[in-house]
Design a binder for this molecule. Structure first.
Ligand code: PFF
Length: 515
């Protein structure tokens, strides 16, 4: 019914406290990216020297864009497409671009959680045996050639179905009864488990050598643009920014909410966790090198899925009390993964519910259902690992960078809403955002990101990726990006149901209080 005004609309659900919001936002940020990605990326990209581009990326783009996400969501009180639309009508398309991209990420992210769940169980009897590489790609994933496979691997399909059932249940319960409750329990549990893990790792023989391997700086790496690209991509993925997800989370914050201070807490917690994970993982690898009487740099498989699912199980098998260590490690991956994937799906479900006038529960079932079917169809087949690696590469090095560039340019230059957003943040928060924010959001970030994007696209076009066939990259890499663009267009052009937004005011009470 088109006549329903904003005043008649039901109250928007909220987090029940600031702590609830912060824990949920930390839950979204701290995920597989911290444990599964960061240690390997840091090691490959200059070790200790990587901390410089990493911190630069955090300060120049990470925190400023996190604030931007928060400002848009909190001011315009909608999931990404509705919030952007309220900011400026045509910007709705950006919201859908981000949401469809998040959807793509959720599809493969769920698969990694499913693997972690299996490995949590395998840890109890060290089922991966002696040759952990053969076990992972052969016995467990049954990896074949890069092809479009339809052969289901039951060992992956079963935990994956389980993951989707749990995710759906949490999302359907909503913001405060579902997502917040899960985070309030899972995040403290995760911290305790992880601190225990790191403490144990640091007492292993050889731990110090592992830390030296991670932190010894290779200064020459700083001259490599690829290293800077890796740092910025890591920050975006890790903080969950420019995906429209933090816009959605912020939209459930209450009126009086200290947005910027919460943002600083979240960013600090996320990076601390990331560095802690680096320490834990490399201390453990130091032990492996020590056992093999070699050095860490001679070990193979120190990045990506191989690090967690091949190298780590090998260490666990050699460690006294490895079963417990393994169960806690993979259990931590599962917890961290769940709290992140629910943020993505809440964002997607909320966007669909608002646009198509569906009840939250209906939208959750539709979104999780579609996502689950694609996820199971693509990633529990024999070509799952390669598809995952390719989609991940394109989504995070092309998709999200495009999203961040468009977002910053629209806000700073096209619709010129940066001053309104800054004023909004400063009105509700204790930590005041200075004018330097304009320079970062409107200048430095888009310029750096555009340079990075051009570099990366050039490399992908000229060198391909991991030696996979060109047709395969066209289908799963560029195809994933094309799908996001087309999906975003269709969803933008679809008509809004039951929404008359003409009398929407961004927090009229706040405006009045100021007078
Ligand atoms: N930040 C999560 C991680 O580090 O694993 C992943 C993620 C969650 C990415 C939510 C994007 C997102 F919207």
């Amino acid at each position: 019914m088109a006549g329903g005004s904003a005043a008649a609309a039901p109250e928007r659900e909220t987090w029940t406290s600031s702590t609830g919001f912060i824990l949920a936002a930390v839950g979204s940020a701290v995920g597989l990216g911290n444990i599964w990605r960061f240690p390997g990326v840091a090691y490959e990209s200059g070790g200790g020297a990587f901390l410089i581009p990493y911190l630069v990326a955090l300060l120049t783009a990470g925190i400023p864009i996190l604030f931007l996400d928060y400002a848009i969501g909190h001011r315009y009180r909608g999931a990404a497409p509705l919030s952007y639309r309220r900011m400026a009508r045509p910007a709705e398309a950006l919201g859908w671009f981000q949401i469809v991209l998040s959807f793509v990420i959720a599809v493969y992210y769920a698969a990694v959680i499913a693997w972690s769940l299996s490995y949590f169980v395998f840890a109890f009897d060290l089922r991966w045996g002696e040759d952990t590489a053969v076990f992972f790609t052969g016995e467990y994933l049954q990896v074949g050639d890069p092809e479009v496979s339809t052969t289901l691997v039951p060992g992956v399909a079963v935990p994956l179905v389980l993951v989707w059932v749990v995710v759906l249940a949490i999302i359907a319960l909503g913001v405060s009864r579902g997502v917040q409750r899960v985070n309030v329990v899972f995040i403290p549990l995760l911290v305790v488990a992880f601190v225990g893990l790191v403490a144990r790792a640091l007492t292993l023989p050889g731990a110090a050598d592992g830390l030296n391997a991670l932190f010894t700086p290779d200064w020459a790496a700083l001259a490599d643009p690829g290293v800077w690209i890796a740092a910025y991509s890591q920050i975006f993925f890790s903080l969950s920014i420019a995906f429209g997800i933090m816009v959605t989370y912020a939209s459930y914050q209450r009126r009086r909410a200290n947005m910027t201070s919460s943002g600083l807490v979240v960013a600090f917690a996320n990076s601390s966790f990331e560095i802690l994970a680096g320490i834990g993982v490399f201390a453990t690898l130091g032990f492996l090198a020590h056992q093999q009487a070699s050095t860490v740099d001679q070990l193979e498989g120190l990045s990506g899925p191989i690090l967690s699912f091949v190298t780590f199980p090998a260490v666990i098998s050699e460690m006294p009390g490895g079963n417990l260590f393994g169960a806690v490690f993979f259990g931590a991956l599962v917890l961290a993964g769940f709290t992140s994937i629910i943020s993505i799906l809440l964002g997607v479900a909320a966007s669909v519910s608002e646009k198509f006038g569906l009840a939250h529960r209906t939208a959750s079932i539709v979104v999780c259902g579609v996502c689950a079917v694609i996820s199971i169809g693509l990633f529990s087949t024999t070509s799952g690992l390669i598809a995952l690696d390719t989609v991940d590469q394109w989504a995070n090095n092309v998709g999200i960078v495009v999203s961040a560039i468009v977002m910053t340019v629209l806000v700073a230059w096209v619709f010129r809403t940066a001053p309104v957003l800054r004023a909004h943040l400063n009105r509700v928060s204790t930590f005041q955002v200075g004018r330097v924010w304009y320079v970062l959001v409107g200048g430095l970030a888009p310029v750096l990101l555009t340079y990075m994007l051009v570099e990366r696209v050039r490399t992908l076009l000229t060198e391909g990726y991991e030696g996979y066939p060109t047709w395969y990259l066209a289908l799963f890499g560029w195809g994933a990006i094309a799908l996001v663009v087309v999906g975003a267009l269709i969803l933008t052009l679809a008509p809004w149901r039951d929404r008359d937004d003409t009398d929407f005011h961004a927090w009229p009470e706040l405006e009045e209080e100021r007078r």
